[in-house]
Write a protein that binds this ligand. Structure first.
Ligand code: I22
Ligand code: ZN
Length: 195
């Protein structure tokens, strides 16, 4: 067996183990979906943030809403706080890196909006700060974390703690849950409910 084949086998086994435990999170996934639908039907918006691979997930989620996920519906308001390099460098340079999302949240969160913070360790300061600020401003907060939960889970209204301790597998379960949220959001806004 090649090294890659061994990695593949081991990787699938670890992924499968985590995936098999994901149904444990059904109540939290339902609560998160409801919070997103309520915000969007009530005229609110979603703000998303995360670092590295989770920044990509934050952008992926926002784009599913402003662009499209699977079914035809109107565009929905969502902003990834990871995408404006001018804001990120200004806030990081003039204040602190841990404020890069929080300061944008301070500017943008209105009561009833949802802030989604994605952090596999649960302890990225910039994500935790964004969750804190969003909550102070009357937003609903959703944290996607690993099974430890960390500070982010402690500061969120709803914590989606992917049942793994490996960053890669946590990220894989995060994107799966994001897609489940998108399916549920589509249900609420789809033009043709038979599809
Ligand atoms: O994608 C990966 C690893 O799979 C990395 O880019 C990873 O996201 C970065 O190291 C992040 O800075 C980790 O932050 P966090 O998930 O602990 O909040
Ligand atoms: Zn990665």
């Amino acid at each position: 067996m090649t090294a890659a084949e061994t990695h593949l086998q081991q990787y699938i086994a670890r992924h499968q183990e985590a995936l098999n435990r994901l149904p444990e999170l059904a109540p939290q996934v339902s609560a998160a979906a409801l919070a997103c639908v309520q915000a969007l039907t009530g005229g609110g918006k979603l703000l998303t943030c995360g670092n590295g691979g989770s920044a990509a997930d934050a952008q992926h989620f926002a784009a599913e809403l402003t662009g499209r996920y699977r079914r035809e519906r109107r565009p929905l308001p969502a902003i990834a706080l990871t995408t404006d390099s001018s804001a990120l460098t200004c806030i990081g340079n003039d204040y602190a890196f841990e404020e890069v999302f929080a300061r944008q949240a301070q500017a943008l969160v209105q009561p009833g909006d949802v802030l989604v913070g994605i952090t596999t360790s649960g302890n990225s300061r910039n994500v935790v700060r964004a969750l804190q600020v969003a909550r102070e401003r009357g937003g609903v907060t959703i944290a996607f974390t690993g099974e430890g939960g960390g500070e982010a889970a402690a500061h969120a209204d709803i914590a989606l703690r992917a049942p793994s301790t490996r960053t890669a597998h946590i990220q894989e379960l995060h994107i799966l849950m994001i897609h489940v949220l998108c399916e549920t959001i589509d249900d609420a806004f789809v033009e043709d409910p038979t599809v």
